[in-house]
Design a binder for this molecule. Structure first.
Ligand code: PNS
Length: 166
């Protein structure tokens, strides 16, 4: 069975992520979306919330499953019985970091290769960070994230804004 892992923060999942998931899923028998439980970053959504949102948006793709992980991506990939890491490349600005990660991962484990997908042009400028920024200032994010994710973000941002006013 050809299995790949798409690791990331997905805080929150964007239309760009979903496009990569759909295209990668078409290439392998099973795609595991790995949601990093990263203690170093303060995310907008807990890892459980990110997994739940991803599960909502991948419902139409039968060979995709979503799992949380912590630690090294390569260890998670191995534990899934996979050999491939999937990542999206939006622009040259992504390249240096992505190359460094891919080379680091390969130097840790020679059996694991990274497959890069070029992000669809219409999503090339979208990032989770930009989505959060636009939402924070009340902008329309419906073109940036899957429909069912919009209300989750708006709700969380207004909760945060209320907390900060207290
Ligand atoms: O969505 P992101 O935040 O760009 O994803 C980055 C991610 C999760 C793929 C990367 O930070 C990662 O693999 N972290 C796990 C720790 C690890 O394996 N580090 C070594 C690779 S540099």
């Amino acid at each position: 069975m050809k299995r790949a892992v798409y690791p990331g923060s997905f805080d929150p999942v964007t239309r760009g992520h979903l496009d990569i998931i759909e295209r990668a899923a078409a290439l392998v028998d099973e795609l595991v979306v790995g949601v990093l439980n990263n203690n170093a970053k303060i995310p907008l959504f807990s890892v459980e919330e990110r997994v739940n949102m991803l599960n909502e948006v991948i419902r139409h793709i039968p060979n995709v499953r979503v799992e949380a992980f912590s630690g090294l991506s390569v260890d998670f990939v191995k534990s899934c019985g996979a050999r491939f890491i999937v990542r999206g490349l939006r622009a040259v600005t992504d390249f240096e970091y992505e190359l460094q990660m891919a080379q680091t991962n390969r130097s840790i484990d020679r059996e694991i290769d990274t497959l890069f997908f070029t992000t669809a042009l219409q999503y090339a400028y979208i990032s989770s960070t930009i989505v959060k920024e636009v939402a924070f200032y009340g902008g329309d994010i419906s073109g940036f994230v899957p429909e069912c994710v919009v209300s989750h973000i708006e709700r969380r941002i207004s909760e945060k804004q209320r907390e900060n006013k207290v």
